[in-house]
Design a protein. Structure first.
Lengths: 155, 155
DNA sequence: CATATAATTGAGAATAATTCTCAATTATGT
DNA sequence: ACATAATTGAGAATTATTCTCAATTATATG
């Protein structure tokens, strides 16, 4: 089986194995899809892309795999107000690829932005700590995104 | 028809009428449900609560009404990772009731917090302005919430 | 106040994303 | 190579939400 290439390297297999889960062609195909097809993919997107490399893959498997990867922290799942979950590789909060989303509520375009990320992360971190202490939560993740109308839709 | 009481007062009818929409018992029941049954209600919750005052109300009407109120900015719709939309009265970003959410991914408990709200709002405001300018978006709303395990679920 | 008209409604069917079931297949430790 | 538990594909099942449509009703107007 080919080693997974791309900017997410090969740490993935280790992570999967570490959880007593197996490396399979289906999971490989999903990894490939995620790293080559870009950000904020729907399950359907991932399914189509995975099918190219591994035509037999089933949609249910894609869902199961995305769920697994999300649980392992390799993938982040979020939604943008339509009724489809979105998935993308999770660049941990401090990696360079880390970004938030700006969503057009009319045409559904999604812009990744990294502006203000430093300030945002600082505040998020501070808030997490405060809330953790005050409410006894062990905070694992956050969502922060903006909704509006893009230039084209606004006029 | 009785005037809607509660901390959201009677501005609602004006807002509804202002959009050329009508005041109906069904809409009243939904308003009541929202103001007496608290925060982060599912459509089903609202349906049940509304049914008490107005037994004939249909679920579809509840959905339609919540959608309308959301469009009018009176209600905010959000989700917390299960597959149900949540609704609550929208305390505008600068009202005293304004809060964000802390969600337990295990038991689904939702904590409203207002800590750090000032800093959060300042940053959100600044970010909105910056993104607005840079990407040409007219930003209308944002989501900011934290996910984790509550004290009980963490052990 | 009565009337006309367009908005609204309830009920149930339809939709669509996601999850479940189950028998067949396959990755992995030995 | 084998045994075994994990994984899979296919399609059925689930579930929140939206749609359809005929019947009802809020409201402006005379």
């Amino acid at each position: 089986m080919k080693i997974h290439k791309g900017h997410h390297g090969n740490c993935c297999c280790g992570k999967i194995r570490g959880f007593g889960r197996r490396i399979t062609p289906a999971r490989h195909a999903v990894l490939d899809a995620l790293s080559t097809r870009g950000e904020h993919l729907t399950a359907e997107d991932v399914f189509k892309a995975s099918s190219r490399r591994y035509p037999n893959i089933g949609l249910a498997t894609v869902y199961r795999t995305l769920e697994l990867f999300t649980k392992l922290g390799m993938v982040s799942k979020f939604d943008t107000g339509d009724d489809k979950a979105r998935y993308e590789f999770a660049d941990g909060p401090h990696a360079k690829g880390h970004h938030h989303h700006l969503v057009c509520t009319s045409c559904r375009r999604i812009v990744d932005y990294t502006d203000f990320i430093k300030e945002e992360m600082d505040l998020l971190h501070k808030t997490e700590e405060g809330l953790s202490k005050k409410y006894g939560f062990k905070i694992n993740s956050h969502v922060m995104q903006f909704y509006g109308l893009c230039r084209d839709c606004a006029r």
